[in-house]
Ligand binder design. Structure first.
Ligand code: SF4
Length: 324
């Protein structure tokens, strides 16, 4: 890494996207050249747990307990040669109480102590699951007072819990990185477990409380259909970052029919200057393979049936191409 080469984890994290012509997390970050192995920690991303009330269409049981519960109830998703299933680790995690797997553990106390000792630490990002569901989040935030803090949230919490959190942390330097990329029915399909009116109201609550907001939009074939409407609503007032969908090849942007590709390209033309947008539009030129089409058809049918979510918001040509 110090020599600018790639190791396996670099390939998994960033280079596999760059190899497809997409913008990776590495390229989206400010370039920092690190030349010594014992450089001080400046930025920390930490996931408190995978507790989450939502089951977003591109997520999975490894990141969300909402997904784990779906699989316990309805069985694994069979998607071609892939299977989305609970692992032994997620089953064990599910049986542990939140207290046992949180800041009360010796490991977590040591980690919090290390954070306090990391005097060069400038920025802490708390990731999910859903951080706002975690009872120890306030304790973590107390330990990182004075640092720049980002909370990544899908806003899948009750209004009362969010209100209480905002009241408790009024004035603290916290930025919310809210996840979304569509509006209306498309949003409710992709961000299963939260309604579009609830999401908009919670964004307004955060904004009214004085905390900064930016959005993280996950780019998949399904999210491209409503992305222009989301951008029209929020991009004039807030920063929106585009992130590629990970580890679901049937959800890659290019897995759609030709007519839908043209439609999406036209709809997103006004947004081509956004960082990464040109690469996503260019990636549409890659043809979808038949296995990807078949996997997507199976996945969309199964997901919409389990979640009782309509698919009528998807373009007619796309649904006919999928055969759903
Ligand atoms: S909010 Fe985040 S963790 Fe929860 S299901 Fe959606 S993507 Fe996964």
């Amino acid at each position: 890494m110090l020599d600018g080469g790639r190791c396996d984890s670099c390939t998994h994290g960033c280079y596999k996207y760059e190899d497809q012509g997409l913008v990776s997390a590495r390229l989206r970050s400010d370039p920092v050249q690190i030349t010594v192995p014992d450089a001080p920690l400046r930025r920390l991303q930490i996931s408190l747990s995978n507790d989450c009330n939502l089951s977003c269409a591109y997520c999975g049981p490894e990141w969300s307990t909402g997904w784990q519960r779906d699989i316990i109830r309805n069985g694994p998703y069979e998607v071609g040669e892939s299977q989305l299933n609970n692992t032994n680790w997620s089953r064990l995690w599910d049986r542990m109480k939140q207290r046992q797997r949180s800041t009360d553990t010796r490991f977590f106390q040591l980690l919090l102590r290390e954070i306090e000792l990391a005097t060069d630490l400038e920025e802490v990002a708390v990731l999910g699951g859903e951080p706002l569901l975690h009872n120890q989040l306030p304790e973590v935030l107390t330990r990182v007072q004075g640092k720049r803090v980002t909370i990544a949230s899908g806003l899948g919490v009750s209004d009362s819990r969010l209100r209480q959190f905002l009241k408790r942390h009024r004035g603290q330097n916290i930025e919310f990185m809210c996840s979304a990329e569509s509006t209306g029915e498309a949003f409710e399909f992709l961000r299963n477990g939260i309604t579009w009116p609830d999401y908009q109201r919670r964004v307004a609550m955060i904004s009214d409380s004085g905390h900064r907001i930016k959005f993280g939009a996950t780019i998949s074939n399904l999210s491209l259909f409503g992305l222009h409407l989301f951008l029209e609503q929020y991009a004039p007032r807030f920063s929106v970052g585009l992130n590629p969908v990970t580890d679901r090849s049937w959800l890659n942007a290019n897995v759609m029919d030709e007519a839908s590709k043209q439609q999406v390209t036209e709809q997103l033309r006004p947004w081509l200057t956004m960082p990464g947008m040109t690469q996503y539009i260019q990636s549409l030129q890659n043809p979808a393979t038949e296995p990807q089409r078949a996997m997507l058809a199976r996945y969309v049918s199964e997901f919409s049936k389990r979640k009782q979510q309509p698919t009528a918001w998807m373009p007619a040509e796309f649904r006919s191409w999928l055969g759903i």
